[in-house]
Structure formats: structure tokens, C-alpha cells
Design a protein around this ligand. Structure first.
Ligand code: HEC
Ligand code: HEC
Ligand code: HEC
Ligand code: HEC
Ligand code: HEC
Length: 353
């Protein structure tokens, strides 16, 4: 038996070496010291009985563990690969684009993030129900199961194939696959492994190779409105064109609409004056990012009123943030403050009208 296991392991290793070899030029694909990951998390590739799918102990816990860090760094090295860290045990030095689960895992953190299984317990306010869930907006076959916790991936998660229940199976093969170009054709070739199901096109975007660590107006992820559809699969109400404004029960801000070419929006990001030769164009601010109709090939520091879009991530973080409602800024203080700077005011400049 031992011999057989060794044989299978050796063959697998050789095959993988062969398959992974051409990938050297492709930095985003996981290669490197197999053992560093596969022995550290032994459940990751437990042998399957013939004819049965591979079994993974711990499942969702594995995603969280490998993507966590005990110190402040938000990119860690494992087996020669760079792992984007989405949960630090101590205050993170940077917050990557998706946010950091550190904040929701802290005491009274419920409202500061998605209460993902293996990070923290069920949200006491929403009791595991996605606010504004509309079944018709959810392209997955099973739909969201409110009896089960929210997970990183799988049918109750955001990453991977939502038609596959198990988080690990839903993302299987993705980490070692060619992941460019980002065309939404497979999970690996979708922005950050976000492709709701095999039947819909994945999210399109441009991936900063440091996940927005050290981001600036010139260096950042680029988004498109396809990411809003992903959020809408669990929060359809917030995406529907009706019910905008402060009507109960929720504040529902318009999304997927272009910044108007008139009024206050013509001076988006008023703190940064664009050069004189770029009249009519504003400077990108990663604190209130806009979506693009067509994702550019390189990050652009230009924002075009009349074209660029308001998206969910203009205001929210995806995982968890230091602020309530997973907002990118302290809403209470912005609204109460006299200053009129930052946050909502990056777009609502109150001027030019
Ligand atoms: C940085 C961590 C890391 C390293 C290093 C790593 N792997 Fe993996 N591997 C993963 C993760 C995570 C998964 C499961 C998720 C997935 O398949 O996307 C996985 C899945 C697999 C799978 C099953 C899915 C598939 O793609 O077929 C095989 C086989 C595999 N790894 C082999 C290897 C081999 C061989 C090496 C060394 C050349 C290696 N891995 C190095 C993280 C790693
Ligand atoms: C053994 C460690 C390990 C485990 C376990 C693991 N990952 Fe990863 N993950 C990595 C590494 C390394 C990368 C960086 C690969 C890259 O640059 O694309 C990564 C990248 C990602 C990314 C970002 C891809 C991108 O475009 O940058 C997502 C999303 C992700 N993993 C989700 C998951 C989910 C969901 C699970 C559980 C089902 C999981 N990971 C389990 C190591 C791991
Ligand atoms: C797979 C389903 C799912 C997807 C996809 C999803 N969410 Fe959620 N969301 C939930 C659930 C469940 C809750 C309620 C429990 C909680 O807060 O953890 C929630 C809560 C929230 C909250 C309220 C948090 C609070 O505690 O006040 C916000 C804001 C939010 N989501 C925004 C987003 C955005 C933005 C996206 C897209 C990037 C998104 N969600 C995608 C399931 C989802
Ligand atoms: C212009 C900023 C902005 C945009 C764009 C935006 N939101 Fe929000 N969202 C907010 C604010 C502010 C709150 C908190 C409202 C409050 O606490 O009264 C909120 C609250 C929420 C909540 C929590 C509801 C609750 O009961 O606490 C969810 C869920 C949510 N948003 C989802 C989304 C989704 C999904 C999108 C994209 C389709 C989106 N939001 C776009 C600003 C925005
Ligand atoms: C990325 C730019 C952007 C950000 C950030 C932003 N808004 Fe807006 N907001 C818009 C645009 C564009 C409109 C629609 C204007 C129009 O239709 O003429 C709008 C409209 C509104 C409206 C009118 C609602 C309606 O029914 O038309 C309110 C209220 C509002 N925003 C509040 C806020 C608040 C509060 C925040 C911060 C939490 C915020 N906005 C952040 C761009 C933004």
C-alpha cells in the first residue's frame, strides 16, 4: 500500500513539474515548493477512494488559514509563492483591496465585515441572511442557503463556482492554472477567481500584482460593473434600479451609472488638480474607485466624468474594513463633519453647480 501511495505521489509530482514548467513566466500562478503548502495543510490533497471525489478535511478553514498571517504583513511567502493575506491576527500594516477580516473578527466587529465561517460567528443582526437577497438575481442553481454559514468559496461563498457546494472543490485546480488573460471564461481567468457559476461570465478587471498594496492613482486594480453583478447575486435589492435613495428599509445608492458630465461630479477628487493639458479629465482616487466600461490594459490615473461608473466598491470593501457597513470610510464622521473632505465628498464635491 505504502509503495503504491509513493508511486502515485511520484507520478503526480512529475506530471505537475511538467505541467507547471511553462508557467515560470507567469507570476500570478502558484508554483514552488510543493511540500511547503501541501504538507503544511495535510488535508489539502487527501487521497480519494477510487471513484469518489477527493476529500479535504477542514475545508473552508484551509482557505482562511493559508490566507492568514500572525504578523502585520499582508503579503506572505509560502513555498516561494506570495500569498495575499486577508486576515491578520494583529492590526494589518496595509489593507489589501478586498479588505482584511481582522476587523470583523475583533470584538463588536459584526458590522465591519462579512462574517465568514472560520473567521467569526454568524452576524447577530442579519442572522446569516444576506440583506436584500433576491432569488432571481442569484444565478446559482441551489441559491443561498441561510441555514449554512457564509464561506470563502462554494455555493454559500463569493469565490469559485457557486454551483458546487464544497468551497475547496468549487475552486479546485484554480491556484495552479494559467490565469491570464482575464476574460471570464474560467474561474482562474476571472478577476480574483470570481465567477459566479460555470454558466455565467466571470468578473472582468485588471489585477494589480500586489493586490493594491502600495496603491496610488497610477497603480491599482481596475474594476468593471461585472463585479456589481457578483455582489447583486446575494444583494439583488441594492442593485435594482427601483428604490434608490433613502427610502426604507435601506439606503440604496445608484450603481452602474456614469458620473454625470455636469455639476459637482466634474471635479471628482477635488484635492488633486489634474494637469492643465488634461481639461475635463480627473485624477483617479483609490479611496473611491470607479468602474470602467472597458477594462484598460494598464491601470489608468484618469477618470472621465460621463463615462466612468459608480460601483459597489466605490463605497464598500469586499471582505471587512475598519468601518460599519464594510464602508471604505467612517460614514458617521463624514456626514457629521463640517469639513466636507474624503469619502462621499470625493464625488459629491458640492461644487460646480
Ligand atoms: C503556495 C502554496 C502551494 C504550493 C507551493 C503548491 N501548491 Fe498545489 N495547491 C495549492 C492549493 C491552495 C491547492 C488547492 C486549490 C486549487 O486547486 O486551486 C492546490 C492544489 C493542487 C493540486 C490539485 C488541483 C490541481 O491543480 O490539479 C495538485 C495536483 C497540486 N496542488 C500539486 C502541486 C505540486 C506538484 C506542487 C509543487 C510543484 C504544488 N502543488 C505546490 C497550493 C500550493
Ligand atoms: C496553501 C495555501 C493556500 C490555500 C489553502 C488557499 N490559497 Fe488561495 N492563494 C494562495 C496563493 C499562494 C495565492 C497567490 C496566487 C496568485 O498570485 O495568483 C492565492 C490566491 C488566491 C486568490 C487571489 C487570486 C488572484 O487573482 O490574485 C483567491 C481569490 C484565493 N486564493 C482564494 C482561495 C480560496 C477561496 C481558498 C479555499 C478554497 C484558497 N484560496 C486556499 C494560497 C492558498
Ligand atoms: C454569497 C453571498 C454574498 C455575496 C456574493 C456578497 N455578500 Fe454581502 N453579505 C452576505 C451575507 C450572508 C451578509 C450578512 C451577514 C454578514 O454581515 O456577514 C452580507 C452582508 C453585507 C453587508 C452588511 C455588513 C454589515 O454587517 O453591516 C454589506 C455592506 C455587504 N454584504 C456588501 C457586499 C458587497 C459590496 C459585495 C460584493 C463585493 C457582497 N456583499 C457580496 C452575503 C454575500
Ligand atoms: C455611494 C456609496 C455606496 C454605494 C455605491 C453602495 N453602497 Fe451599500 N451602503 C452604503 C452606505 C452609506 C450604507 C450604510 C447605510 C446605513 O447604515 O444607513 C450601505 C449599506 C449597505 C448594506 C447593508 C444594509 C444594512 O441593512 O445595513 C448592503 C448589504 C449594501 N450596502 C450593499 C451594497 C451593494 C451590493 C452595492 C452595489 C450594488 C452597494 N451597496 C453600493 C453606501 C453605498
Ligand atoms: C464614486 C462616486 C460617488 C461616491 C463615492 C458617492 N456618490 Fe452619491 N452619487 C453619485 C452619483 C453619480 C449619483 C447620481 C447623480 C445623478 O443621477 O445625477 C449620486 C447620487 C446620490 C444621491 C441621490 C440619490 C438618488 O436617488 O439619486 C445621494 C443621496 C447620494 N448620492 C449620497 C451619497 C453618500 C451619502 C455617499 C457616501 C456614503 C455617496 N453618495 C458617495 C456618485 C457618488
Amino acid at each position: 500500500m505504502k509503495k503504491q501511495v509513493f508511486l502515485v505521489a511520484s507520478i503526480l509530482f512529475l506530471i505537475m513539474l511538467f505541467v507547471l514548467e511553462p508557467s515560470r513566466e507567469c507570476p500570478a500562478m502558484v508554483t514552488g515548493d510543493c511540500e511547503a503548502c501541501h504538507a503544511l495543510y495535510p488535508g489539502m490533497m487527501e487521497e480519494a477512494e477510487p471513484g469518489k471525489p477527493q476529500q479535504y478535511v477542514l475545508k473552508n478553514t484551509l482557505c482562511v488559514n493559508c490566507h492568514s498571517n500572525t504578523d502585520r504583513d499582508t503579503i506572505k511567502i509560502l513555498g516561494g509563492a506570495r500569498v495575499p493575506v486577508v486576515k491578520n491576527v494583529v492590526t494589518p500594516s496595509h489593507i489589501l483591496a478586498g479588505g482584511n477580516f481582522y476587523y470583523v473578527a475583533k470584538d463588536f466587529g459584526d458590522r465591519k465585515g462579512h462574517n465568514v465561517d472560520a473567521v467569526t460567528s454568524t452576524d447577530a443582526k442579519f442572522m446569516g441572511v444576506p440583506p436584500g437577497y433576491v432569488r432571481e438575481y442569484d444565478p446559482s442553481l441551489a441559491g443561498y442557503n441561510t441555514e449554512k454559514p457564509l464561506t470563502c468559496a462554494g455555493s454559500n461563498g463569493c469565490h469559485g463556482n457557486r454551483n458546487v457546494k464544497d468551497p475547496f472543490e468549487s475552486i479546485m485546480g484554480t491556484h495552479h492554472s494559467e490565469d491570464t488573460p482575464i476574460d471570464g471564461s474560467t474561474t482562474a481567468k476571472s478577476y480574483r477567481f470570481l465567477k459566479n457559476t460555470d454558466r455565467v461570465k466571470g468578473v472582468l478587471g485588471l489585477e494589480d500584482d500586489e493586490w493594491n498594496q502600495n496603491s496610488s492613482s497610477k497603480k491599482h486594480n481596475e474594476y468593471s460593473e461585472s463585479i456589481d453583478l457578483l455582489c447583486a447575486s446575494c444583494h439583488g435589492y441594492f442593485h435594482s434600479r427601483d428604490n434608490t435613495g433613502k427610502k426604507s428599509p435601506w439606503f440604496r445608492h445608484p450603481v452602474d451609472i456614469a458620473l454625470p458630465e455636469t455639476g459637482e461630479y466634474t471635479i471628482y477628487n477635488p484635492d488633486v488638480q489634474p494637469p492643465n493639458d488634461r481639461a475635463g479629465i480627473r485624477t483617479y482616487n483609490p479611496d473611491a474607485p470607479v468602474g470602467r466600461e472597458k477594462v484598460p490594459g494598464l491601470p489608468s490615473d484618469e477618470v472621465f466624468p460621463g463615462e466612468d461608473l459608480v460601483i459597489c466598491l466605490s463605497c464598500h470593501m469586499a471582505h471587512s474594513s475598519p468601518y460599519g457597513s464594510i464602508l471604505k470610510w467612517d460614514y458617521e464622521n463624514i456626514i457629521a463633519g463640517e469639513e466636507g473632505k474624503g469619502g462621499c465628498f470625493i464625488c459629491h464635491t458640492g461644487k460646480g453647480e
